[in-house]
Design a protein around this ligand. Structure first.
Ligand code: PGA
Length: 238
């Protein structure tokens, strides 16, 4: 499983350092075999031996005159090899177009970054039922090379992000199964994941992990989810 904590624009350099230190200790003491990923704000990027660190965004260039943006040369300094692309907050609040997202994806692919590509439907589409959701989600792959071996897909229904209203097990199962059948890639679910719903989501056969926002902001909470995932695996292994 891959358990990822998306800090968005929360946490500082100081609080991230504290968080990561606690998390590293927890991972070592509990013999955690899941991959744990933290996506801090850029000012708090750091290296870790046991945690994968990902960037929440990337301007598609090695360096250049892109005031206020972060490019690959800055990520390289922290040995960051994972990047989130297409998060709905960037698509919606920052008005990222599909063309720009494809450009970012292409750049990440050319430079061998591992991409967590986020897709998700708005509530109006969800209301129309699964076929409409399927069509909407598949359109988000236009221009994306789904054969890229370092591609992970995160399904995050927009209406479930930060709302406290997670998609149901059936809804997640239906979408992840469809995505697995189409692309056979590692699949994450995100959208109001917490300690109450993570067990049933992690038990979905096509689910390979979680992308957690608000609930993961406290390291104790992330550790709870990691424990839940470990427990499921221990039971499965008998
Ligand atoms: P949430 O965010 O867990 O707060 O819903 C998830 C995300 O945006 O990745």
């Amino acid at each position: 499983m891959l358990i990822a904590a998306n800090f968005k624009s929360f946490h500082t350099r100081k609080s991230t350092k504290k968080y990561i230190k606690k998390l590293e200790k927890f991972i070592a003491q509990n013999h955690i075999s899941d991959e744990i990923c933290v996506i801090p704000p850029f000012s708090a990027l750091r290296k870790s031996d046991t945690i994968s660190i990902a960037a929440g965004n990337l301007y598609p260039a090695f360096e250049g005159s892109y005031t206020g943006e972060i490019t690959l040369s800055q990520l390289n300094e922290f040995e960051i090899s994972n990047v989130l692309i297409g998060h709905s907050e960037r698509r919606e609040i920052l008005n990222e177009t599909r063309e720009f997202i494809v450009q970012k994806f292409e750049f990440a692919k050319e430079t061998d970054l591992r991409v967590i590509y986020c897709i998700g439907e708005p509530f109006e589409v969800r209301e129309k039922g699964f076929e409409a959701v399927k069509e909407y989600l598949l359109e988000q792959f236009d221009g994306i090379d789904t054969n890229y071996e370092n591609l992970i897909i995160a399904y995050e229904p927009i209406w479930a992000i930060g709302t406290g209203l997670s998609a149901t097990k059936e809804q997640i199962n239906e979408v992840l199964y469809m995505l697995k059948t189409h692309f056979n890639k590692k699949l994450l679910y995100g959208g109001s994941v917490n300690d109450k719903n993570s067990e049933e989501i992690l038990s979905i056969p096509s689910c390979d992990g979680l992308l957690i926002g608000s609930y993961s902001l406290k390291v104790e909470n992330l550790c709870k989810i990691i424990e839940i995932s470990k427990r499921i695996q221990d039971v499965n292994e008998g």
